[in-house]
Structures are given as C-alpha cells and as structure tokens.
Design a protein around this ligand. Structure first.
Ligand code: ZN
Length: 258
C-alpha cells in the first residue's frame, strides 16, 4: 500500500527495526552541492551527450574523452563537498547498532567522511577517491593523480606499467564487481527494514535490491523527491527534502522524537 509521508505508519515499525539496510543514491548528496544524474537538473538530463561519452569503450579508445574526463574529475564539486545532515543520520543509526549495511550508488565517499564505518559500506558503483589502472589494476589515491593533472599531464599513465588509468568507478558498459554485488544482495536479504534514499530506482541491479529485501520479509521505505517504480511496493514513501526527512526518520527509529 502506498502511503506518502505517513508518520504514524513509520512510528509503528521503525522503532522495532533491528537490522536496517540502506541504499543511497545521488539524491542524498545534492544538499552537499553534488548534482544528481537523473533529476530535473541532473547531469544526464541537462547533457544527454555526456552520458554517451561516459562509456568504458569511449574512454579506452578516444584519448580526447580521457583528457576531458580527467579535467572534469579535477573540477568535480566532490573535492570541496562536506557530508550533510542525511549522511549524519545514518551514522547515528550505526552507533545505535541498528545499521545492517549501507549500500551506495554514490562514488563521492561522503558516507565514510561522515563517519560510517568502512566495513558497513558497500560501494556498488566504486569510488572516485581512488584511481585504478585498467592494465595492471594498481590502485592510487586520486589526489596523487590529480596533482599530476595540475602539473600539466592531461592523461596520466600508470606509474607501474604505463597503462590507462581511470577513477575506480563503474562506467557505462562495465560490469559491477561480482563480490560487491553479492554482498549487497546478502545485505538486502538479511534486513528487516530496507530504506532506499535519494535514488530513482531505475538502474539495475541496484533497484532490484528492493525486491530482494521485500521477498525476504523486509519492510520497504522510500525517500525520494520523484516517484520511483517501487513506490507501490513500499510501506511508506517520503518526499520531503532528504536532509530533513532522513534525520526525522532516524529520530523515530531511535525513539528520540519525531
Ligand atoms: Zn598499471
């Protein structure tokens, strides 16, 4: 049953939720100044061509795509961003022993910076805080590579083998890491509340995690500005700004107010 913003419904089952698995998408980071992809002002919505060149094939074969991508990585709003109240609310859930896992589609690393334990976080689309060599898999902290960009290189090769490097993220056309995906599925199947936050739930297999959770008996709560394909399946749907609604939900869950 679809119930938009039903605090009494939330009060019925949130305080008893002992193992909460959270899935976050770009919507949780927009308050931190990082634009989302598919919202009204999203990166792909405003510039569909950018989505076409964000493929792994274009990146590997076209040097100009790599140059442009390194410039946009250097200029990314992520480097100046700070976690917001919604990230902090999830830290509170963990400290109270209620967080089963935090699956994120985001590559900005803001959950770690907010204080969520690395062991709780499953980054299904990788992280832009590291670079990876496509030939030898060497991983390097991104600031080291960006320092080379600032020093004048436009497509810095791997320091070990000379191969092409990219951010340690999943591009269009790249498969997800099987072990990471398995961990996400396990976390979805073994929770009593699945909370989807700031994600349009249109990208598989991330969106299908909602189904995995519900099929294994979990409640489903969705917080997102726009409708999602899974709203009808949810026990509650919240539409207010995430920076307000997620802290409020955490307060209800922790019994510290409404
Ligand atoms: Zn290499």
């Amino acid at each position: 049953m679809l119930r938009v913003d039903a605090p009494q419904t939330l009060a019925e089952f949130l305080p008893g939720a002992a193992a909460i698995t959270v899935l976050t998408g770009a919507g949780i980071s927009t308050d931190s100044g990082i634009p989302d992809f598919r919202g009204p002002q999203g990166v792909w919505t405003m510039d569909p061509e950018a989505a076409e060149t964000a493929t792994i094939d274009a990146y590997v074969t076209v040097r100009e795509v790599r140059r442009r991508t390194w410039r946009s990585r250097r200029d990314s709003p992520v480097w100046d961003s700070e976690p917001n109240a919604a990230h902090a609310a999830l830290v509170e859930l963990e400290r109270a022993g209620r967080l089963r896992a935090l699956i994120t589609q985001n590559i900005d690393g803001l959950h770690q910076r907010a204080g969520t334990s690395a062991g709780k976080i499953i980054e299904i689309h990788g992280s832009m805080r590291e670079a990876v060599c496509l030939s030898c898999d060497l991983r390097t902290p991104m600031p080291e590579i960006l320092a080379r960009i600032d020093a004048g290189e436009d497509d810095p090769p791997c320091a070990a083998c000379g191969g092409i490097q990219k951010s340690a993220t999943i591009s269009f056309g790249q498969p997800l890491d099987r072990d990471v995906l398995d961990a996400a599925i396990t976390a979805a199947r073994s929770c009593d509340l699945f909370l989807a936050v700031g994600t349009s739930l249109t990208v598989q297999p991330a969106a299908g995690l909602c189904l995995e959770a519900v099929d294994h008996g979990a409640r489903l709560v969705i917080i997102n500005a726009e409708e999602t394909p899974y709203d009808d399946l949810a026990d509650a749907v919240l539409r207010q700004p995430i920076g307000e609604s997620l802290p409020r939900l955490a307060r209800i869950a922790l019994g510290t107010g409404r």
